[in-house]
Ligand binder design. Structure first.
Ligand SMILES: Cc1cc2nc3c(=O)[nH]c(=O)nc-3n(C[C@H](O)[C@H](O)[C@H](O)COP(=O)(O)OP(=O)(O)OC[C@H]3O[C@@H](n4cnc5c(N)ncnc54)[C@H](O)[C@@H]3O)c2cc1C
Ligand code: FES
Length: 491
């Protein structure tokens, strides 16, 4: 970047390991590790976190907010979320102080990272991405946190960017079948397209639910910016009912409290987030919602949506309780969007997930898959196949698949990282906590300033925090280095 940092004028304190410095035309992050100085961009390209507040370890800096990692020598993004790498700067001392069609079913973010990685790695032939969406790739996690954002505001890459990188995008194009013998993809409109390599990243779709009144309008599954905008608009001064108490449902409930007349939440568990975060953390967060006028109907299920002229008016619960409702959002789990693969010969497990090997390759030559649709071997659990439906993990899969397609097989090496935001507070989460059997909490749950360590037998498998930065990135750093954290270390 042709900018030189002059260390005589920076007066870099010997004990400091990272410091933001002013270059006149902007700022940079100056880093000292093992006596070596390097400098790179100071803001995380994901949501702009100040990296100086992150964690520096073994040649990379991990962002304090959602865990992205950047190589301090090259600025390369080595773990996700986020699409961009960072610029690097030269530090000087002055004494004194690359015609194959690659086709993607699915465009975001696993598909997008895969396409971009192929271009970064020198792939020069044709790349086609197809999506059922109306829009170029957008930031899906923001849908439930910022309901009024438009697709334009949420865009991850502009059409110009895609054109500049010669990535073709076919919008509103549904794949209905894949013929692995002729290596072709068949679209709903009858179009057939041949591929040499295929990457399937079709994500999740809402889990079907059993209730009466499926034809009633204003009941949403939140998947697109249009859904989010409609929910916000319809809830204005009206009664909103949310079904499901995991992340999407709770985020929507929080986002609607300052718009809606009433917000009611229905959950099958005793407290929200019980499965993911445990009873104690769930209870503390429930209180935060109750303090913001949200009414809970826990250990309950929907029996019927009642409409008037097809318009939602009431949600009836299995307990018999009737809730007034003008809009209802269902966030009650998802299933892999792989129905179109049933006859393809590509292996699906009993729940419909595509099974891949450590290089994201399916059982069919030349066909790769990643993101929410896959069960992949997870090294920290002795390569047991798991599904981790996180935004960050989809990025990682996209990169690993691209490198495998280029013949540079590599493995998934990452610590799963997840976040959720409600009432201006963020829950950060790292690791894979499935099947945790104990939770060690430090800090103050009532004040919502805490860190929770989830353990299985004697080992910490994941961590969650609120107002306790950068503890989650710090733990991710330790787990990422291959070390284990024992229960007694925490205690
Ligand atoms: C409202 C909401 C909030 C979320 N918040 C968070 C969060 O805070 N943090 C987090 O880590 N994760 C969050 N997630 C989960 C995260 O969005 C997913 O893990 C991630 O998007 C998965 O990426 P993917 O590339 O596998 O597929 P997706 O992002 O689901 O994209 C799938 C793509 O495939 C296309 N597609 C599907 N079927 C077909 C077909 N038959 N033919 C053609 N195209 C097809 C779709 O149109 C879409 O373009 C959230 C999800 C939702 C819905
Ligand atoms: S702002 Fe750095 S990972 Fe999100």
């Amino acid at each position: 970047f042709g900018v030189t940092l002059d260390l005589t004028i920076i007066l870099f304190c010997v004990l400091d390991r990272m410091r933001e410095v002013d270059l006149g035309s902007g700022r940079a992050l100056l880093i000292k590790e093992h006596g070596e100085f390097t400098a790179m961009g100071h803001k995380c390209p994901h949501y702009g976190a100040p990296l100086v507040k992150g964690v520096l370890s073994k040649g990379h800096v991990r962002c304090p907010w959602h865990g992205a990692c950047f190589n301090i020598a090259t600025g390369d993004i080595e773990d996700f979320p986020g699409l961009d790498s960072l610029p690097i700067f030269q530090v000087t001392f002055h004494t004194g102080c690359t015609h194959h069609i690659i086709l993607f079913a699915g465009q975001s973010p696993a598909g997008l990272v895969c396409a971009e990685t192929l271009r970064e790695e020198g792939f020069t032939d044709r790349i086609v991405m197809c999506t059922m969406d109306k829009h170029p790739p957008y930031d899906r996690p923001k849908l439930s946190k910022s309901l009024e954002s438009t697709a334009e505001q949420l865009r991850l890459r502009s059409m110009d960017f895609l054109q500049d990188h010669d990535i073709e995008l076919l919008k509103e194009k549904e794949v209905v079948a894949i013929d692995v013998k002729t290596q072709s993809v068949i679209f709903e409109d009858g179009l057939r397209m041949e591929y040499r390599k295929l990457f399937i990243a079709t994500g999740s779709k809402p889990k079907p639910m059993n209730y009466k009144g499926k034809d009633v309008r204003n009941v949403f599954h939140l998947r697109t910016p249009e859904d989010a905008n409609s929910i916000a608009w319809l809830a204005n001064n009206k009664n909103a009912v949310i079904v499901g108490t995991s992340f999407v449902g709770m985020e929507v409930a929080a986002a609607l409290t300052d718009k809606a007349h009433s917000v009611s939440v229905i959950g099958i568990e005793s407290v929200p987030f019980k499965k993911a975060l445990g009873e104690k953390v769930g209870k503390a967060i429930m209180k935060l919602f109750e303090a913001n006028r949200v009414k809970f109907y826990m250990l309950n299920e929907v029996s019927e949506m009642v409409g008037h002229h097809g318009q939602l008016k009431e949600v009836v619960l299995k307990s018999g309780k009737v809730l007034r409702a003008d809009v209802c959002v269902i966030g009650a789990g998802s299933v892999p969007a792989t129905g179109f693969l049933k006859q393809s010969g590509i292996h699906l497990d009993s729940k419909g997930f595509i099974t891949v090997n450590k290089n994201m390759q399916t059982n069919v030559d030349g066909v790769f898959a990643g993101g929410d649709v896959v069960m992949f071997p997870f090294q920290p659990r002795n390569n047991k196949k798991v599904n981790i439906p996180h935004w960050q993990m989809a990025h990682v899969h996209g990169k690993v698949a691209a490198l495998s397609m280029m013949g540079r097989a590599t493995e998934v090496k990452t610590v799963p990282y997840f976040w959720s935001a409600m009432f201006g507070k963020t829950i950060r989460y790292a690791g894979y906590g499935d099947g945790f059997d104990d939770v060690i909490i430090q800090g103050d749950l009532d004040e919502l300033r805490f860190v929770a360590f989830y353990t299985r037998s004697e080992e910490v498998v994941s961590v969650a925090s609120m107002n306790y930065d950068p503890i989650v990135s710090r733990v991710a750093e330790v787990l990422g280095s291959g070390k284990t954290i024992k229960k007694r270390d925490v205690e």
